[in-house]
Write a protein that binds this ligand. Structure first.
Ligand code: FES
Ligand SMILES: [Fe+2]
Length: 347
């Protein structure tokens, strides 16, 4: 499948981009990321125009990158400002620079036609940079195409089987979902409201609730890159009040940024923001370890699936059922985005 190029993608967490050179490949394009002395994040093509040496294997000199092979030197706009052995700098000596926006603790990049890059179009995940929430997060790369991760996250019934003992309980698989699509804004909503559910260890240990719960999962997928799972946990029977704060419930905002790296590899940025026990580091540590285990279970399964699919003919058959309505809607919106943007052939 081709990539939707005229879209924003998360290339890194803001804390990953600093005065060391960071290599990331987004939509098959090798990038080097760094921060200028003034703190501005920069993304350039990671290949020197001279003999293609990766700039990420080079060094910073002030705000410029000095190629580690023969010294071609690039400024933050990608223009070459020095070549060895001659005064004249060839007019074509420049590497591509990519629009960058820092928002909600993410570094977003735009790979496609830069005239179409509108920062206002970047979807939000405000909890990740809000002091009223405590956040644990990491990134787990996949050796699998990104569509498999989208499918995985849009259908949480797999929690019961793949993540039993962590976040899965029987009710996740047995409770029907509702799916809605905002065609205009390009958002898929999938909701599963469990009124009387077992409390999985992930929430029992972090919230301290004993006994059964009301568990709501409200997914908001902003294709291609941002996936939000609003998770509401409360003692059984406790519903949000008609007015005012939902203070008897516990809220976790689970955020994934799904960034295609190559046609068969994906960056899987994950974060769990919570509005409870925000000063309790042991809760943070527990949620981090627990979610990392859950993500690893997904990564292992999706890497297996990638190998299976890659070995099969493209016209292989699948069988979809009710639980797949969210995933199918997501696929449809993604296909529309690929069709309308500049289509790049993945490498
Ligand atoms: S490859 Fe970069 S200067 Fe020669
Ligand atoms: Fe999962």
């Amino acid at each position: 499948m081709a990539f939707a190029r005229d879209q924003w993608y998360v290339a890194a967490y803001d804390s990953e981009v600093g005065r060391d050179l960071l290599a990331r490949t987004v939509l098959g394009e090798p990038l080097v990321l760094y921060r200028t002395g003034a703190g501005e994040a920069v993304a350039l093509a990671d290949r020197c125009v001279h003999r293609r040496y990766p700039l990420s294997e080079s060094r910073l000199d002030g705000d410029t990158i000095v190629c580690g092979y023969h010294g071609f030197t690039y400024d933050p706009t990608g223009a070459c400002v020095f070549v060895p052995g001659q005064q004249r700098i060839p007019r074509t000596a420049r590497v591509a620079s990519y629009p960058v926006v820092e928002q909600d603790s993410f570094v977003w990049v735009w790979i496609g036609d830069r005239d179409r890059a509108d920062p206002a179009a970047i979807p939000r995940a405000p909890w990740l940079a809000d002091p009223r929430y405590a956040v644990v997060r990491d990134m787990a790369p996949l050796n699998a195409r990104y569509e498999l991760l989208v499918d995985n996250l849009m259908d949480l019934s797999h929690e019961t089987y793949l993540h039993g003992g962590y976040i899965g309980t029987p009710e996740v698989a047995s409770t029907p979902i509702t799916t809605e699509v905002d065609e205009e804004r390009g958002i898929v909503y999938v909701s599963r409201h469990m009124d009387d559910a077992e409390c999985p260890p992930f929430y029992a240990r972090s919230t301290g609730i004993q006994g059964r719960i009301t568990r709501w999962q409200d997914i908001e997928y902003h294709p291609p890159c941002l996936y939000l799972l609003h998770s509401r946990i409360a003692p059984r029977g406790v519903l949000p009040p008609a007015e005012g704060a939902d203070s008897e419930a516990f809220h976790a905002e689970i955020v994934y940024a799904i960034t295609p790296s190559t046609a068969h590899t994906t960056y899987n940025f994950w974060a769990v923001a919570r509005d409870f026990a925000i000063d309790d580091e042991s809760v943070g540590e527990y949620l981090y370890n627990s979610n990392r285990t859950v993500v690893t279970q997904d990564v292992t399964a999706l890497d297996i699936l990638e190998r299976v699919i890659a070995a099969e003919p493209a016209d292989r058959q699948e069988l979809s059922i009710n639980i797949d309505t969210g995933g199918l809607a997501a696929r449809r919106l993604l296909a529309r985005m690929v069709g309308s943007g500049t289509v790049g052939v993945p490498r």
